[in-house]
Design a binder for this molecule. Structure first.
Ligand SMILES: C/C(=C\CNc1ncnc2c1ncn2[C@@H]1O[C@H](COP(=O)(O)O)[C@@H](O)[C@H]1O)CO
Length: 251
């Protein structure tokens, strides 16, 4: 009778003869002498990206109705728009919304402060930056991201609408991502409200006089952005136009 060759069990796999490894999986996992260059490869980045989505979804899934507030990181405490950001955070809280911001300074801090002072849910989705300033002190529920695109998914997925204070490139990026998602019907019933008629007038003028007149957008696209001066008006629009479905929005 032939002798049964020695079998090596690797998880669910049975290995024999030349397939039997000289080390175990655990030994290789725990071996510190290995080259660590693989942590900088794309397949490993995919795992980190996946982890950011898992962390974000897991933390925010049960947030309830929420509104994402954007605006300049450079807005100074004491300025008119900072005060409006605080008022907005408070009114959103009073209306039953959690307030989601980028967790940074300026307009983000203002809205978080309003939510915090009104006893609401104050969320900050921070981003790793070379000149990072950390989450502002009014954030009670914070998630930090490495990747802008993962973070931006959270702003949309867990909000019933956006309110946008005056801001620069970052604010415009967040604003136009939402407008594009609405235009392409990736999101529906998603009010986008700009705060500050004077600040936004030149941009709205460009959208009408150039984008619309030159045929780059449709007539109905002109109505995707609402502009108001008072935080109370912004909250009223969100409350009447939003779907209040939040995270239960279908895929
Ligand atoms: C510029 C300074 C700090 C930057 N810190 C930020 N932290 C979190 N989120 C940020 C930060 N900077 C930009 N963002 C995002 O973009 C929007 C604001 O950008 P803008 O160019 O200032 O308009 C904001 O909504 C964030 O999501 C130190 O002053």
């Amino acid at each position: 009778m032939t002798k049964e060759p020695e079998a090596y069990q690797k998880g669910a796999t049975t290995l024999r003869r030349g397939h039997v490894p000289s080390t175990t999986t655990d030994q290789r996992l725990l071996d510190q002498s290995q080259d660590s260059g693989w942590v900088h490869t794309d397949p490993w980045r995919v795992m980190r990206i996946q982890a950011e989505f898992v962390e974000g979804f897991g933390t925010l899934a049960e947030l309830g109705p929420a509104v994402s507030v954007f605006g300049s990181a450079r807005l100074k405490p004491g300025s008119d728009f900072y005060a409006k950001g605080v008022e907005l955070g408070r009114l959103l809280t009073d209306a039953g919304y959690a307030v989601i911001t980028g967790g940074g300074p300026g307009a983000m801090e203002a809205a978080n402060k309003g939510a915090y002072e009104a006893g609401g849910t104050s969320v900050g989705l921070g981003i790793e930056l070379p000149f990072e300033s950390g989450l502002n002190p009014y954030v009670d529920l914070g998630v930090n991201f490495r990747y802008f695109f993962a973070r931006k998914t959270m702003f949309v997925k867990y909000a019933q609408g956006y309110v946008v204070l005056p801001g620069g490139f970052g604010t415009l990026d967040e604003l136009f991502e939402a407008v594009t998602l609405a235009q392409t019907q990736k999101i529906t019933s998603f009010p986008i409200v700009l705060l500050g008629t004077k600040f936004w007038a030149p941009l709205l003028g460009f959208i009408h006089d150039t984008l619309y007149t030159e045929g780059m957008i449709a007539e109905k696209d002109l109505h995707r952005l609402r502009v108001v001066d008072e935080p109370a008006e912004a909250v009223a629009i969100i409350a009447s136009d939003g779907d209040n479905l939040g995270a239960s929005r279908p895929e």
